[in-house]
Design a binder for this molecule. Structure first.
Ligand code: NAD
Length: 353
């Protein structure tokens, strides 16, 4: 649909998966990640103006279904997202999502969108934005352990925002690595497919772990992490689900999004509740230092926070006018007389025969 004018507040712009793919291809993956990263950074700057709460999670043996709400007082947003590591074996995605932005003034939604693709873009944008502050200066090589759905988005984000030139891929499933290597061919990133995590981290200044397993896994052991690296740990994002050996955490300066959520879901669930961590927003707002020495190991213990989805939805909403890829959904009842909801329904009934 091209630039339709909403005739009523009750018609809600809807971005389907097909529309999202058109928007991403029109803007470009790296450019869109960059635009979202700028919004995320702006919103981290005004962190204190947001309503914040750890996400509301419904856990099951197979996975988790979560709601991630936030508001800046003018706009409200939430994402519905699942995490089901066993889904891939059934031919389903591990992570799928959709989300809403709404006007705080009226309570009416102003955007409904697919967010499976948008989550991959916003997660990559957040990772690279954090690394801009925390990774060693002039980092050129990144190890990427876990080559599933998020992988290529991460690689492109680090190329665009941090200047990464080489990505060293490793996955326990060589098919996943092959898929990622093929998708990243022609992007200008030098791709090295590795046969072990140890091989992947060799010579890397940045290590991204992005695996999916509903358990305390050990994707990185202490001996694999040399001084001075930046670890971008994004796969451990649920109670009982981590990727790093505890000893790595004890050697690292740890940066998190929102401590009340990360203490439950992140790598730091392995540590005491009072183990010191730095909130990322304080680094971005110049209230706390990021990396302070070349020898320091910095760890971004990422779990994904509601404000990042809010920022991504805000970015998307701003693109609707120029890209025109959306439909209008008749999602809200809109009686002529707001109190006559019953009459509206009754008038739509077929005549009795
Ligand atoms: P995916 O299922 O598409 O890919 C995961 C990959 O990890 C698979 O290819 C699998 O073979 C590989 N893997 C599993 N165990 C491994 C191991 N021991 N060593 C190497 N590779 C291994 O999942 P995805 O969508 O790419 O997501 C990956 C993880 O990131 C999930 O746990 C998801 O919940 C999490 N995630 C976090 C955020 C965030 O904001 N922090 C956002 C999105 C996804």
């Amino acid at each position: 649909m091209t630039n339709p004018e909403p005739s009523s507040l009750a018609l809600v712009p809807f971005v389907s998966v097909a529309d999202m793919m058109k928007i991403v291809n029109q803007i470009g993956v790296a450019e869109m990640i960059d635009g979202i990263a700028q919004r995320i950074e702006e919103d981290f700057h005004r962190w204190e103006s947001f309503d914040k709460t750890p996400r509301v999670a419904a856990h099951s043996r197979e996975g988790v279904i979560e709601l991630m709400p936030t508001s800046d007082g003018e706009t409200y947003g939430f994402k519905y997202v699942n995490g089901h590591p066993a889904n891939m074996a059934r031919g389903f995605q591990t992570v799928t999502a959709f989300g809403v932005l709404a006007s705080v003034a009226t309570g009416y939604p102003i955007l409904l969108s697919e967010m499976t693709i948008l989550t991959a873009l916003r997660t990559a944008a957040t990772s690279a934005m954090a690394a801009k502050y925390l990774a060693p200066k002039n980092s050129k090589v990144m190890a990427m352990i876990g080559n599933g759905a998020q992988c290529e988005f991460q690689a492109l984000a680090f190329q665009k925002i941090c200047g990464i030139e080489e990505v060293r891929l490793y996955d326990i499933d060589p098919e996943a690595t092959k898929k990622a290597a093929e998708n990243l061919a022609g992007t200008g990133i030098s791709i090295v497919s590795c046969s072990s995590s140890q091989d992947a981290v060799t010579g890397a200044q940045v290590i991204t772990t992005c695996t999916a397993d509903k358990q305390y896994a050990t994707i990185l052991t202490d001996n694999m992490v040399g001084t001075g690296v930046h670890i971008n740990a994004i796969g451990g994002d649920c109670p009982g689900k981590t990727e790093l050996h505890r000893d790595i955490l004890l050697r690292s300066e740890i940066f998190v999004e929102y401590p009340p959520q990360t203490r439950i879901e992140g790598e730091i669930q392995q540590l005491d509740d009072d183990h010191p961590v730095t909130e990322l927003w304080r680094v971005i707002a110049d209230k706390m230092p990021g990396r302070t020495s070349a020898e320091q190991i910095t760890l971004f213990d990422s779990v994904g926070f509601a404000t990042e989805d809010f920022s991504a939805l805000r970015y998307l909403h701003a693109q609707l006018e120029t890209t025109g890829h959306y439909a209008l959904l008749d999602m809200l009842a809109d009686p002529d007389d707001p109190r006559d909801l019953f009459g509206m329904v009754a008038r739509a009934m077929p005549e009795a025969v």
